[in-house]
Design a protein around this ligand. Structure first.
Ligand SMILES: [Zn+2]
Length: 466
């Protein structure tokens, strides 16, 4: 029997995604891809036609909406317009998002076109992927100044209005780690330049230290550690044999800085476009862009500004808080990204996320990319709940209902467990919200008992397995 039968989820603790509502023992009825009803009763015997999914011991929540991710489409990757990811990589990224509870994803590389969302034979992947657009002259020029290998004449000729008319759901990402001396400089571009010059492969953390010693965290030379600190880093890491402090700092400057001024102009262009179009715009929020972003939010009060990854590692916790307060006062939404800072902890930690949530400043949680090391959104949700930084309903809203409210063009029809909403649902373990058991997309079971299931599921399997 096919799984597009209507479904009743029983014995559920339902967290609806509105930020406050928890139903301790409820049933959720799904039909025709939508939520038909949510009732505080156990009803399976009343619905003999429905497939019964028993959620005992589990929490039922809306599918996660990730509004800041990369690597999930087949067009130019990242705000640097780099070569596209290949099919296997895109499949892996999409599968990983789905298995971690994300059912809707906004790919914010920003320079891909609508016909590059599903270029591969796996067009039927159940993760609902959308694109944003950053097709402005300076953003495209910034991409070309640092890379631009994935950009064709079609991408260079495209403009925001074209993409919006063809279904792009947001503007941005305005700026990025590649073009603004951020994470991608540390994990990819700067190590490649140093290796090319001397054959030594430097760790991303060392690349970040060298970059900050030379340019400062805001790339304006304001808080550099000075030549002595740079010389010490070089000696400690075997670079002194290959570079003088002067030659290494000019290599760093020549690698990091060419796209920076263009990217900053791109931020201004996109803020103007956001005000003109009324479409939400995602900005790269980090030490090099924070004060500009605050100025832009002030200059464009009508723009719906989303400050992406406001926990960026270029910020101290204090700076992250001050920036978020200033932006929020001007009406911007504050997003934090898991990066690799929740469970992976290779380059980043959770400190700035904790501080921002504790201060009540966070609207939404996304993953960003972190060189592919991103941790799941529900890992961050679980952390916040376990650390008692917020209640489960409030934590889950940052991954569902709040995202839908801030991005209605993307997700206005979902993100809540309520009648009429799209039946995107996550069923996870009540003791660990990151332990995803079942996922439904538009009423179809696509993850079952922790396993990807793109084919139909029989009622016998459900009754035996759930
Ligand atoms: Zn970014």
């Amino acid at each position: 029997m096919s799984q597009i039968r209507p479904i009743v989820i029983i014995n559920a603790i339902v967290i609806t995604g509105d930020g406050v509502t928890v139903l301790d023992k409820a049933s959720v009825l799904l039909a025709n891809g939508r939520i038909e009803a949510v009732v505080e009763l156990d009803l399976p015997s009343l619905f003999p036609d429905h497939l019964v999914l028993d959620a005992s011991g589990c929490i039922v929540m809306p599918g996660v909406i990730n509004a800041h991710a990369h690597g999930c489409v087949f067009g130019p990757s990242m705000p640097s317009g780099s070569a596209p990811f290949d099919q296997r990589e895109v499949d892996y990224q999409r599968n990983r998002h789905l298995l971690s509870g994300t059912t809707t994803l906004l790919n914010v590389c920003g320079l891909a076109l609508d016909d590059e969302i599903d270029a591969g034979p796996n067009g039927g992947h159940p993760l609902d992927v959308h694109i944003s657009t950053a097709h402005t002259p300076a953003s495209l020029a910034a991409a070309r100044a640092v890379d631009g290998e994935g950009l064709s004449a079609r991408h260079l000729a495209a403009r925001i209005d074209d993409l919006l008319s063809r279904g792009a759901k947001a503007l941005g990402e305005a700026g990025g780690g590649q073009t603004l001396g951020g994470g991608a400089q540390d994990y990819r571009i700067l190590p490649a330049a140093i290796e090319k010059a001397c054959g030594i492969v430097v760790h991303p953390n060392l690349a970040r230290l060298l970059k900050e010693a030379t340019l400062g965290r805001s790339l304006d030379g304001a808080d550099t550690a000075g030549d002595e600190a740079l010389a010490r880093l070089m000696e400690e890491n075997g670079l002194g044999r290959h570079f003088t402090a002067e030659s290494l700092s000019s290599l760093i400057r020549e690698t990091v800085m060419p796209p920076v001024a263009l990217a900053r102009r791109g931020l201004a262009e996109i803020a103007g476009e956001a005000a003109r179009t009324g479409i939400p715009a995602i900005f790269h929020n980090a030490a090099p862009t924070a004060s500009q972003l605050i100025d832009l939010a002030r200059a464009h009060p009508k723009a719906r500004i989303v400050a992406g990854h406001s926990n960026h590692p270029s910020f101290t916790a204090q700076e992250a808080l001050e920036t978020a307060v200033a932006l929020r006062d001007l009406g911007a939404s504050i997003d934090v990204s898991t990066l690799d800072g929740i469970s992976t902890r290779w380059r980043n930690g959770p400190g700035n996320v904790d501080a921002l949530v504790e201060a009540g400043l966070v609207d939404t949680i996304s993953t960003d990319f972190a060189g592919g090391d991103w941790d799941g959104i529900l890992e961050a949700v679980h952390r916040l709940v376990r650390k008692r930084l917020c209640l489960p309903a409030a934590a889950i809203a940052k991954a569902t209902g709040n995202v839908a409210r801030i991005f209605p063009e993307l997700a206005g029809d979902r993100g809540l467990i309520a009648r009429g909403k799209r039946a995107d649902i996550v069923i996870c373990h009540s003791h660990n919200l990151a332990r995803v058991r079942h996922v439904l997309c538009a009423g179809r079971i696509v993850v079952f008992n922790g396993e990807l299931r793109f084919n139909s599921i029989s009622s016998q399997e459900v009754s035996e397995g759930a």
